[in-house]
Write a protein that binds this ligand. Structure first.
Ligand code: SF4
Length: 374
């Protein structure tokens, strides 16, 4: 298995030339906006619509919390040794459908920190997140693309938080999309939608897949001629990760009423994180990729780095007059290659500019664990 979508040449040939276009009552090509991840379910949903002669535009929503995207940026490799790629882009290329990556970060912080329908087991505001994404698709994309409806790869009962009938209804009602979301993999187990009533979609060709198993989708992929598709990589979103959840809750608890920024929550993806005794924060890069990415968060505080020895870049966030600052220097030195019992200079920097150097004795190994978040 690779990390992209590949379809049989016969299916490709059929899609490209063998299917008459499905037209609406005015003779216009029926078009769908497909919420597309590049995974198997949304790939199959797109194919089922294409096989009905419907024009499919794939959209992939960017929130900043995609795990695969983070792994790709940090240069991690997949278990099979291949590089992580944007699965929506490579999947859409395999299907030969257009894809747009849509930035939906505006307004997402409120979704994340004050979800109307609450968090899941970590800090995943899945119902509000779906409302945010589908609402964006309705407001910004349906008209722009002249699309008739929105489609998803959802399977009834697959995810308890968003893919149950009641939650699907809530999401449609809150976005004003009642009856305008078609779920080709399970629609025949659900209500009849407007596109079906109007004849834009043939209900008889929509499926009845339910539950958390994957067998039906794998069989369908075989039947249709999908030769290859990305394997689920064990979670796709930081917000479902328990450790990330602890970090975010800690940040919310220590904001003292101030507004959170995207930098405040995105930096939580990086390195080791410490909440120091006076309430200030230290982020210590784990490796070169972390150190490089940490540099983008210079607006949050000052950087610390040992001079003359290799070691991490740290970001100190908070009051530098506090005794936490010296402790942050000691923790930074502890993770460097400097001798354990010798004072070393720790540079304090604003971006690349060195503001001061602080002679520092490294903290004894493991003492820092008392302030580690997670
Ligand atoms: S898993 Fe993440 S991206 Fe998916 S709905 Fe939940 S919060 Fe949104």
């Amino acid at each position: 298995m690779s990390n992209t979508v590949a379809i049989h040449p016969a299916l490709k040939e059929r899609l490209n030339s063998g299917i008459p276009p499905r037209l609406d009552e005015d003779g216009n090509q029926v078009r769908a906006i497909l919420m597309y991840s590049g995974g198997l379910d949304s790939t199959l949903a797109g194919l089922l619509l294409k096989l009905q002669g419907i024009d499919v535009i794939a959209v992939n929503m960017f929130t900043g919390f995609c795990l695969t995207d983070h792994k790709r940026k940090t240069g991690k490799l997949r278990p099979d040794g291949s590089r992580y790629q944007n699965e929506a882009i490579v999947g859409a290329a395999g299907l030969e459908i257009p894809v747009e990556i849509v930035d939906v970060r505006e307004g997402y912080l409120k979704v994340l920190t004050e979800p109307t329908y609450g968090w899941g087991s970590a800090v995943n505001p899945c119902i509000d997140c779906r409302i945010h994404m589908l609402g964006h698709a309705k407001r910004e994309l349906l008209e722009e693309y002249g699309a008739h409806f929105i489609a998803t790869g959802e399977v009834l009962g697959q995810r308890p938080m968003t893919q149950m009938k009641r939650q699907m209804k809530i999401i449609e009602a809150d976005t004003g999309l009642e009856g305008l979301v078609v779920r080709p993999l399970c629609q025949s187990a659900l209500w009849e939608t407007i596109p079906e009533q109007k004849g834009w979609v043939d209900r008889d060709q929509l499926l009845h897949i339910t539950g958390r198993g994957r067998k039906a989708q794998i069989q369908l992929a075989k039947d249709l001629g999908v030769l290859d598709y990305p394997q689920p990589a064990g979670g796709c979103c930081f917000l479902t990760d328990g450790n990330y959840g602890k970090r975010l809750r800690d940040t919310i608890d220590h904001k003292n009423g101030a507004e959170l920024t995207f930098e405040d929550v995105l930096v939580l993806k990086l390195g080791r994180q410490f909440r120091l005794p006076d309430g200030n924060k230290l982020v210590v890069g784990r490796n070169k990729a972390d150190n490089d990415m940490l540099k983008a968060y210079w607006t949050l505080g000052h950087f610390l780095e040992v001079r003359g020895h290799s070691g991490p870049l740290s970001l100190y966030v908070g009051d530098r007059e506090s005794s936490d600052f010296a402790l942050g220097c000691r923790i930074t030195a502890r993770y460097s290659d400097c001798p354990a019992h010798e004072e070393v200079p720790v540079k304090e920097m604003h971006q690349e500019e060195v503001l001061a150097e602080h002679m520092t004795l490294p903290l004894p190994r493991d003492e820092e664990n008392a302030w580690k978040i997670q």
